[in-house]
Write a protein that binds this ligand. Structure first.
Ligand SMILES: [Zn+2]
Length: 306
């Protein structure tokens, strides 16, 4: 089970260090997404440690309305939705609304959450899946303090209550059946958020070639790769990184930034590494499309690397 990185998030990371300045809009998007992604990674890590149940991250469904679920866990009795919120500081629940101490109203959070819950119930019903649906809002930030009886209306979990997950997540004895439900729900995923169509992408010709350091994101001088079999030292930050790891990362970036399958020739131009070495890496880490001379490569993320 894997954490889904939004497409545009991968794209911006691939661009970092490869152009003079990131477009402002992308920089802002990235900052917001990074926060959300880090918080969701933390919850995914908790799931990973706590349960062997099947779970899905960032399921996006287009039914009558568009619904997004942060996490869905499938256990023997229930299908559980978790909505992760990183709110910090004091909040008040009054008159059916959640307020910040500064007076700012947390817009429609509860309403949206209930719509998502109803959507999930309807979907499970339609698919004739025999499981109860439960939904929780997880306030993961340790400084979040709640005043008022929000619990009367929805299930919530505060940071200090995450130990309860162990009980909530339940068991996965019906392994095969649960896996089938997992596959069924996953197949409904139709991402509508953070897709490329919402952004103006950078022209590929504007992007600098070269292999960049995984740590400091700056380009590593090509001569640092010369005669290095296992590790390459970054001439900017001094970090020592696995040579293959750097090259694989660079080829993934090429694939993402180009937005189409890459050839051996593209890879040589991009990295400055020998054809023979690149072919070895492409064969073992990328998937081939097309035949013989026309063959090109694409990168497919594997499952189970949460
Ligand atoms: Zn570096």
């Amino acid at each position: 089970m894997k954490l889904q990185k939004p497409q545009i998030f991968n794209y911006i990371e691939a661009l970092q260090g490869k152009i003079e300045h990131l477009p402002k809009e992308m920089e802002e998007t990235y900052a917001v997404m990074k926060l959300g992604y880090d918080v969701e990674s933390e919850f995914a890590r908790l799931l990973h440690e706590t349960t062997d149940c099947w779970w899905i991250h960032d399921l996006q469904i287009k039914n009558q309305n568009k619904i997004q679920f942060d996490f869905i866990v499938i256990n023997d009795e229930t299908i559980i939705q978790f909505e992760i919120k990183n709110f910090s500081g004091d909040y008040f629940y009054e008159k059916q609304k959640l307020y910040r101490s500064t007076g700012f109203v947390s817009k429609d959070l509860i309403n949206q959450f209930e719509v998502a819950n109803d959507g999930l119930v309807r979907m499970i019903d339609k698919l004739k899946i025999d499981r109860e649906v439960k939904s929780y809002i997880v306030f993961i930030n340790p400084t979040f303090t709640l005043h008022g009886d929000l619990r009367k209306r929805v299930n919530i979990l505060l940071r200090s209550e995450l130990y309860k997950l162990d009980n909530i997540l339940g068991t996965n004895f019906k392994y095969g059946e649960n896996q089938m439900i997992y596959e069924m729900l996953k197949s409904l995923n139709q991402p509508f958020l953070s897709q490329f169509d919402n952004y103006k992408l950078v022209d590929f010709d504007q992007v600098n070639t070269g292999i960049k350091c995984i740590k400091c994101k700056k380009l590593i001088e090509p001569n640092m790769f010369f005669d290095q079999k296992k590790y390459v030292k970054c001439n900017k930050c001094g970090d020592k990184i696995g040579r293959n790891h750097l090259i694989i990362q660079a080829l993934k970036e090429l694939y993402i930034l180009k937005g189409k399958p890459i050839s051996v020739k593209d890879s040589v131009e991009w990295t400055g590494i020998s054809k023979a070495a690149l072919k070895r890496i492409l064969y073992s880490h990328f998937s081939r499309v097309g035949q013989n001379k026309a063959s090109k490569y694409i990168y497919i993320e594997r499952e189970n690397e949460y």
